[in-house]
Design a protein around this ligand. Structure first.
Ligand SMILES: Cc1ncc(COP(=O)(O)O)c(C=O)c1O
Length: 360
């Protein structure tokens, strides 16, 4: 705290990202990164760009990337917005499209950045509890609202929502924007991209951080009707003309174009997830059905905080949220086969010992 802080800063509770520890031999399964490197074509493009382009500002409108995304998703470039990671795209959506007199609705268990944006931008919001088994119940969203947002598949549960209920939500909420955060959709969810032309209140947010292995490049995007995209552009151009640098633009274009590599790596992750779920179930874990590159699991007899700590002692980092309803769960990113085997082996060893009884 400092006397120089504004009242805005004093009132903030910033989001805390998963840790990025600098330990040797770490098995890092805590921030849903992709265990595989990005497409080799991305790396070649980055090298070319380093040699040729850095003296100059990047294209403020990231035209090439918007064209590549528009072609990939079957929309027009005017229906595409790009930003510095989907976190930045989400931030603009909260301020530009989801802030109204009625409260924004989102689930109680969801991406924990949402309430942070609400507080930053003074967006009125109402938290809508998920069912006992972490499902979204449509009826709960038929109340006056200034917008609706949730991830699909949800985070940190991994539970997907089918396209039918999403379309129903869009029909019932024509006066407000329904924003679907599809950060993990490529690992088994149903994307609502095909509905963009049909529903002017639909905004889809995606990222290259997960299925395209580019968390370090920081590229996210939104797809929606041109008028929604224009709102995001107006904000972006009032804040930072160049949210995507030259590396991000060329790297993202190559990642989107290399369909074969994308299919290969995501299929590997989906396969590994299946094995991981089986192995966790064999150890007695209850695992929420996941359509994401992580699983959400709890052991009925062991404390979630203790399991997290014991894994950490073995340099295996997963995510544990000290939050109501989910503090007994571990969120485990699907790594390589080898990483997941190490995790399962470590859990086996931990479960073979008596619980410590200490509080974690
Ligand atoms: C649901 C969800 N949305 C958005 C993001 C942000 O991703 P990025 O800013 O890397 O695009 C994350 C990151 O973990 C996430 O879990």
């Amino acid at each position: 705290m400092s006397i120089y802080w504004s009242s805005v800063v004093r009132g903030l509770t910033p989001y805390v990202p998963g840790e990025q520890p600098k330990l040797a031999n770490l098995v890092k399964l805590n921030t849903n990164e992709n265990p595989y490197p990005p497409s080799p074509k991305v790396l070649e493009a980055l090298k070319r760009e380093a040699a040729e382009g850095l003296r100059l500002y990047p294209d403020p409108n990231s035209e090439r990337l918007k064209e590549a995304l528009a072609e990939y998703y079957g929309v027009t470039p005017k229906q595409v917005f790009v930003g510095n990671g989907s976190d930045e795209v989400l931030a603009h959506a909260f301020l530009g499209l989801l802030k109204h007199a009625h409260p924004l609705l989102f689930p109680d268990i969801t991406y924990s950045f949402y309430p942070v944006y609400c507080k930053l931008y003074d967006v009125p919001y109402r938290i809508v509890p998920l069912t006992e088994d972490f499902a979204i119940r449509l009826e709960d969203y038929t109340q006056p609202n200034g917008g609706i947002i949730f991830p699909n598949p949800n985070a940190p549960t991994g539970r997907p929502l089918a396209l039918g209920p999403i379309e129903e939500l869009l029909k019932r909420n024509t006066d407000s924007v329904v924003a679907i955060d599809e950060a993990y959709v490529d690992f088994g969810g149903e994307s609502a991209v095909g509905l963009v032309d049909k529903y002017p209140n639909l905004l889809i947010i995606q990222t290259l951080s997960k299925a395209r292995s580019l968390a370090g490049l920081r590229v996210g995007y939104a797809l929606g009707e041109a008028a929604l995209i224009e709102a995001l552009e107006r904000l972006k151009n009032s804040f930072n003309s160049y949210p995507l640098d030259r590396f991000a633009i060329v790297g993202a274009v190559e990642a989107i174009k290399d369909q074969a590599y994308f299919e290969e790596t995501r299929a590997a992750i989906i396969r590994t997830r299946g094995v991981l779920v089986e192995n966790l179930a064999a150890l007695g874990f209850t695992v929420v059905p996941s359509a994401a590159n992580f699983v959400f699991a709890r052991h009925p007899e062991r404390d979630g905080g203790e399991l997290f700590q014991r894994l950490r002692d073995k340099s295996i980092i997963v995510r544990h949220f000290r939050l109501p309803r989910i503090d007994q769960y571990l969120r485990i990113t699907v790594g390589t086969d080898e990483q997941c085997a190490m995790l399962v082996e470590a859990l086996e060893e931990i479960l073979s010992r008596e619980p410590s009884g200490a509080s974690f």
